[in-house]
Write a protein that binds this ligand. Structure first.
Ligand SMILES: NC(=O)c1ccc[n+]([C@@H]2O[C@H](COP(=O)([O-])OP(=O)(O)OC[C@H]3O[C@@H](n4cnc5c(N)ncnc54)[C@H](OP(=O)(O)O)[C@@H]3O)[C@@H](O)[C@H]2O)c1
Length: 345
């Protein structure tokens, strides 16, 4: 027998009211089912993230030739995430090819690795203005070794929040050269030998700004969008040839680039972050982007919230208004500095 709604059941004679009553009942059942489906969907996604983070097996970072004389190449390896990648890949049993800009810092990382009995080959190069001779030298360095892992880590960002038209064309070109061109060239150098061996791994360090763009960091966000889609496309092309390509969707990490000096739960130290990166190869950990991962646990939950609520009407307006405030602060700072300089002159 049907339950009365607010104590009222229309009589069979009142056909119109009875029709509405049945429609309302059907609607109620539909809402309950839709609610259950939504709860089930979110529950499955959270369980999936927890499984990725704590229970599922990742592709072991050692499986690309650690302790067998294979080499790992890391670009931008003298600071932050890149330096940690070099040190931790050395600990895992890889020899290291180090490519970065500042010779003295390169020597520092080299010495740290040599002290751990890791073989090292290093080369100082500025990827924003690499000459043909320098590219030839790097190609030779890489092709003469068995490369197990390539990490395309080097990246540059706008020095401060700025509108696209106010950013210098030189800075824009540097971002394209360092963040995009370098990644493509390095990938081209290593893929043929990985293909032949049917084994190898390429990790491309991306950024959360690739998800929906970032006003006032437009060129950086655009280059990281390229990093994401390039990695995804190539990952599919080369999957059947035994090559693992992973886009690392990074949120904030304490480093020179982010400007965060102190690590916290949401902003890990580079050491902690890199350990998550190397332990979660092949797992998605919260993102819905294919061939991508958000390897650091608190960031995985953040990615889950962002992607779940990523309706164009909810998250982007919040994000964009934060960007707008940062831009206003940066603009004020620039003005203050300019006034100070004028006073000194
Ligand atoms: N930190 C974050 O919160 C964050 C968030 C999302 C994504 N990411 C990405 O993570 C990667 C590493 O970032 P990070 O925070 O570790 O950066 P970082 O601390 O600024 O270190 C950058 C490294 O790259 C080198 N480098 C910079 N410009 C170069 C150039 N033109 N030629 C050669 N080497 C150059 C630097 O060398 P020098 O020592 O000579 O400066 C340094 O070793 C980047 O791709 C970045 O986009 C970082």
């Amino acid at each position: 027998m049907e339950q009365p709604f607010l104590g009222y059941i229309p009589s069979a004679a009142d056909e119109d009211a009875l029709w509405h009553f049945k429609l309302f009942n059907t609607f109620q059942v539909f809402c309950v089912l839709a609610g259950c489906a939504a709860v089930l969907y979110f529950a499955i996604r959270i369980i999936d993230i927890v499984c990725d983070l704590w229970f599922r097996d990742s592709i072991p970072v050692e499986s690309f030739g650690a302790d067998k004389g294979y080499w790992a190449v890391v670009t931008g390896c003298t600071d932050g995430i890149g330096k940690e990648l070099a040190l931790q890949l050395g600990d895992k049993g890889y020899n290291l090819v180090l490519l970065s800009r500042t010779q003295s810092k390169l020597d520092g990382v080299r010495n740290q690795l040599l002290a751990k009995n890791v073989k090292v080959d290093s080369y100082a190069v500025d990827f924003s203005c690499t000459t043909k001779e320098q590219w030839d030298h790097i190609e030779q360095m890489v092709k003469s070794k068995d490369i197990g892992i390539l990490v395309n880590n080097v990246g540059v960002c706008h020095p401060a929040a700025v509108t696209f038209v106010d950013e210098s064309p030189t800075m824009c070109k540097q971002m394209v050269d360092v963040n995009i061109v370098t990644m493509m060239k390095m990938t081209r150098f290593v893929v043929p030998q990985m293909r032949q061996r049917k084994n190898g791994c390429i990790l491309n360090i991306g950024s959360w700004t690739c998800l929906k763009g970032m006003p006032f960091l437009s060129v950086y966000a655009g280059t990281k969008g390229f990093v994401k889609t390039f990695s995804q496309s190539l990952a599919y092309e080369l999957k059947s040839e035994g090559i693992t390509i992973q886009h690392i969707l990074s949120f904030w990490v304490a480093s020179k680039m982010s400007g965060y000096k102190k690590a916290s739960v949401s902003i890990p130290s580079a050491t902690r972050y890199v350990s998550s990166v190397l332990n979660r190869i092949g797992l998605m950990c919260g993102t819905l982007e294919c061939f991508s991962t958000v390897p650091y646990a608190p960031h995985s939950y953040l990615a889950f919230v962002c992607t779940t609520m990523w309706d164009a009407r909810i998250v982007p307006p919040i994000l964009y208004s934060i960007a707008n405030n940062l831009y206003k602060l940066a603009k004020k700072k620039r003005l203050r500095l300019k006034n100070k300089q004028e006073l000194v002159l």
